[in-house]
Design a protein around this ligand. Structure first.
Ligand code: MN
Ligand code: MN
Length: 459
């Protein structure tokens, strides 16, 4: 073949036995991570555990940053930034891997519990971009926190143990689905129908003043287990998340099926890459696992908050460097997933410019929609930097864009890094069925993304 032609290859076409073994071993750690951590709070807790086990300690604001320091800072239990202080001063900038640990889900409303026709339900409000029909008739778990009237906190996790019950949203049987079938999808599955069935046995007893006895029975169970009253739901954050097991998919076990690959897959790659740094890097390594990306990076735990600036700013100031000067020299891989080309639905993609499974971490020059609006559109210079970096470190990668022009679009953390004057480009794992309760990714792409994040920390 002519050397003039760009001919990307499937990773498995050239993978030797060692690479195949590495791909498969690395995948097991990731599978365990997303099997257990299904909320942003749980991902943060797990990241702290893993970091502590590797010698990281919690950073005290204002503390001096010394080369070789391994530190982390948790933002309100829902986001975490880790750093390994480099031998070069922060005026030389830092290498940032930024990913997000929130994922689409169903949040319980403030007054979730109600009864209809003697069945008890939780009302939900979906979080992030979901195709609502996908959340009917699948097993759900309920996880999160409740703060009681006295301010004490209760951790809730129901559904992961074999002995636990699970929860489900029903759907119309096909026999009676004629009207539903004629509707457009947006109307056929209204958000207010995402009500989770949580009980059917009415409270036994003679108190006929209580009208909703099934609701009361469920509340009684909750009270026995967690000591809460109905009002305590108001100061709770409870999330209904898919209960599916994380499993190998396909005869060749090349794929992983699970909930929340977007973006825990890049989060895990970035996290393990910073944990695996040996010795003191030249430039300071930073890993941000952010919350609220799925709703626009809003809130104090999203990247639009200045919590990230406070942490890096404190490190920079401790070396007599201004945050602006540090950011201006910094480099960021905005580590988020992209869509994998789906032969079942080829019509939404430009096949020549779409990421493919097993072709490695995908660089996205831009995201956004329409004429690239809402995107940070990385420069040729930025791509050139990454291209050189990946070549030097044998990272298998591909270039892609999210679907056909004018087919839709989406955003990532990239714009918010770029707003801080940090050179940024999106790089992440291609996903099939993104935002579905059960997403698919390739183990080879996961491993390639880990290699990419490791390479970043050598920049
Ligand atoms: Mn994402
Ligand atoms: Mn997403």
């Amino acid at each position: 073949m002519s050397d003039l032609l760009h001919a990307p290859k499937n990773i498995y076409e050239t993978a030797d036995d060692k690479l195949r073994a590495d791909i498969s071993t690395y995948a097991e750690g990731y599978k365990a991570f997303i099997q257990a951590a299904r909320t942003e709070r749980e991902c943060t807790e797990r990241a702290v555990e893993l970091a502590k086990a590797r010698g990281f300690r919690e950073y005290v604001h204002g503390e001096k940053a010394v080369p070789g320091d391994k530190i982390y800072s948790v933002n309100r239990g829902k986001a975490i930034t880790l750093a390994v202080i480099g031998s070069e001063p922060l005026s030389n900038g830092v290498n940032i891997a930024g990913a997000h640990i929130d994922a689409p889900r169903l949040d319980l409303k403030a007054n979730p519990l109600y009864e209809d026709s003697e069945l008890a339900y939780f009302k939900t409000h979906y979080y992030g971009g979901v195709k609502k029909f996908q959340w009917h008739t699948i097993p759900l778990e309920i996880r999160g926190v409740i703060y009681k009237a006295d301010g004490s906190k209760v951790n809730v996790s129901i559904g992961s143990e074999l002995s636990d019950p699970r929860f489900v949203i029903s759907d119309i049987l096909p026999h009676l689905g004629q009207d539903q079938a004629k509707k457009v999808l947006a109307d056929a599955f209204p958000g207010e129908a995402l009500n989770i069935i949580v009980g059917t046995i009415p409270e036994a007893g003679k108190d006929d003043k209580v009208k909703e006895k099934t609701k009361l029975a469920v509340l009684t169970l909750f009270n026995e287990k967690y000591g809460i009253t109905e009002e305590d739901f108001i100061s709770a954050e409870l999330e209904a998340v898919p209960a599916h097991d994380v499993r190998d998919i396909g005869f060749d076990r090349s794929l992983i099926g699970g909930y929340g690959h977007d973006d825990r897959v890049c989060s895990y790659a970035a996290l393990t890459a910073i944990l695996d740094i040996e010795g003191t890097p030249a430039r300071t390594a930073v890993c941000l696992l952010a919350d609220k990306e799925e709703i626009g990076s809003e809130s104090v735990t999203g990247l639009q908050s200045r919590a990230f600036d406070r942490f890096i700013g404190s490190l920079a100031r401790s070396q007599g460097v201004s945050l602006d000067d540090c950011f201006a020299e910094s480099f960021c891989l905005s580590a988020d997933v992209c869509n994998a080309f789906d032969p079942n639905f080829p019509e939404v993609s430009d096949k020549r410019n779409n990421a493919k499974l097993n072709y490695g971490v995908c660089l996205m020059k831009f995201t956004g929609r329409g004429g690239k609006s809402g995107s940070s559109d990385a420069s040729a210079e930025t791509i050139s930097t990454v291209r050189g970096l990946f070549a030097k470190n044998n990272v298998r990668w591909q270039i892609g864009e999210l679907g056909k022009v004018d087919q839709g679009g989406g955003g990532t953390l990239a714009v918010y890094f770029a707003q801080r004057n940090i050179e940024t480009i999106d790089a992440g794992v291609p996903v099939l069925s993104m935002h579905a309760p059960y997403e698919l990714i390739s183990k080879a792409d996961l491993h390639s993304t880990y290699s990419a994040m490791k390479a970043l920390y050598t920049l």
